[in-house]
Design a protein around this ligand. Structure first.
Ligand SMILES: C[S@@+](CC[C@H](N)C(=O)[O-])C[C@H]1O[C@@H](n2cnc3c(N)ncnc32)[C@H](O)[C@@H]1O
Length: 234
């Protein structure tokens, strides 16, 4: 199977595109392991595939063996980055999880902010929560790009600790890096984002939960900012 084509999605290819040649990669939440396999076959110096659950990790190990890479990719059962030493990687990928879950994994890692690692993050939901957390911790979003995968649009970003600032509400949904990306998908992405945010505003207006007026204000501010940005218009 070595040399065969790895069945990897456009979304994971987007993440892989951020990895530098010769990187020491740690893939947190590897599930099937295809990203780890792809990276081991495409220029990473070392790859560690990790998952919190035994069943996906077994699946990853079986796939890694099918591709003849059992000697080349380490696997580990762990919650987030627990059990990984700082010197074992220089690039961390966390893809396909909620933004709040990704932020939690970063917050619990004692070496995440040591300045010696790049983080490739692909929030499946709640990307605004992740970007807010990154800004609050003064992390910088160096790059953020879009891809289309099976009709859905996804973003993935590269973040490093330091040099950042708290992001305004609109920037938490649409980072300055994504706005500067010149992606041909940006206009469609912003349209979908606006519709989702308008629906959220409508729902929050009708809500009687005590915490929702603050959330309503947050969404309204974010939407007003985004409506003022025009980069993606021709
Ligand atoms: C939806 S899958 C995404 C798999 C792959 N990263 C992708 O993007 O296609 C999420 C995976 O993350 C794992 N996971 C969830 N929380 C985790 C955590 N705290 N630490 C490590 N793995 C976790 C799950 O067991 C699951 O295999």
């Amino acid at each position: 199977m070595a040399g065969a084509c790895v069945p990897i999605s456009q979304r994971l290819l987007l993440c892989a595109g951020f990895v530098r040649p010769g990187a020491l990669v740690c893939d947190v939440g590897c599930d099937h392991g295809y990203l780890a396999i792809y990276l081991a076959m495409n220029g990473a110096k070392s790859v560690l595939a990790m998952d919190i659950a035994a069943a996906p990790l077994e699946k990853a190990r079986a796939n890694i063996a099918r591709f003849g890479l059992s000697g080349g990719i380490g696997t580990r059962l762990a919650d987030g980055l627990a059990g990984v030493r700082a010197e074992e990687c220089d690039t961390v990928i966390i893809a396909g999880m909620g933004g709040d879950c990704i932020a939690g994994i970063l917050a619990r890692c004692p070496w995440a902010a040591d300045g010696r690692h790049r983080f490739i993050l692909q929030p499946q939901t709640s990307g605004n929560d992740l970007r807010r957390w990154l800004g609050q911790q003064s992390w910088t979003i160096e790059d953020e790009q879009l891809c289309e995968d099976a009709g859905r649009l996804y973003t993935a970003l590269v973040a490093v600790p330091g040099g950042g600032r708290p992001l305004r509400p609109g920037e938490q949904f649409l980072s300055p890096a994504l706005r500067a990306s010149h992606s041909p998908l940006l206009g469609r992405y912003v349209e979908r984002l606006r519709r989702a945010m308008e629906a959220a505003v409508e729902g929050l207006r009708r809500s009687t939960k005590p915490e929702d007026p603050l959330r309503l204000q947050y969404y309204q501010e974010a939407l007003a900012e985004i409506n003022n940005w025009k980069e993606w218009e021709q």
